[in-house]
Write a protein that binds this ligand. Sequence first.
Ligand SMILES: Nc1ncnc2c1ncn2[C@@H]1O[C@H](COP(=O)(O)OP(=O)(O)OP(=O)(O)O)[C@@H](O)[C@H]1O
Ligand SMILES: [Mg+2]
Length: 284
Amino acid sequence: MTPDLLEQGAQRLRGRQAGSGGRQAGFGRVAAAGEVDVTHGRILYLEGVSVSFDGFKAINNLSLDIAPGELRCVIGPNGAGKTTMMDIITGKTRPDQGTVFFGSTIDLLRYSEPQIARMGIGRKFQKPTVFEQLTVFENLELALKTDKGVKSSMFFRLHSEQSDRLAEILQTIHLAESVTRPAGTLSHGQKQWLEIGMLLMQDPKLLLLDEPVAGMTDEETARTAELFLSLKGRHSLMVVEHDMSFIKSISEIVTVLSEGSVLAQGTLEQVQNDERVIEVYLGR
Ligand SMILES: Nc1ncnc2c1ncn2[C@@H]1O[C@H](COP(=O)(O)OP(=O)(O)OP(=O)(O)O)[C@@H](O)[C@H]1O
Ligand SMILES: [Mg+2]
């Protein structure tokens, strides 16, 4: 090939690069299996999501996103759609419209509830659901055995990496001293922590927590705030709560939901001073 043909080819190539904005990376990015692609700065992305129950729009054109490692607080009046939003993210409820993505590449609307849980979205419902007869240790151990079938559960043994994780989580959830206690003998707050520990055993990338401090004592609430602050960064968290002093102790960005969509978003101070938020929620 002659040098001028080579030069022409090089020029065409330069022209094409300019046409794609001169990007070095793009469509050819290699996605590692089991990894969530957060290169666009989002672990969760909802756009134009709506769902109706018997003609009532519980979620109405809802759009929001969450950054990797973020601790997002969501507040709003009863019936605003906070729990329904979590139902949609976790695959329990299918929206009528809209887009729900986990990272940039995983379209959550294509997956079932168990598949979504296995991908790394953990959910904590309001009521603690621990196995009361089993010890704290056994509950945490059991959290690793989900979907493995009875036979493999019977012969299941923790390998060393898992026992290290279990020990670390026991510290994180403040239950190291109660490891042999049956879960049924724990306080309400301790049961909630145990359930959070069970979620952590699966090392979720995103944790959805619905009213985690409801029914807790002030001391338990303060410890839960510490716990959540220690989890952010390593995990992304979405926390729904009505307890405003708790929200104050953990919040960065607060999203206010009302009538199924985002009414306001910002720091707690910003949303607390927003006239519309005061009218529909805080001023009650
Ligand atoms: N499966 C369902 N079938 C019918 N209606 C539903 C269903 N799930 C939720 N709703 C309705 O959707 C609306 C939103 O409910 P949702 O539980 O999401 O509110 P919320 O913001 O979590 O309220 P709260 O703060 O009281 O927990 C409510 O009017 C509720 O009755
Ligand atoms: Mg709710």
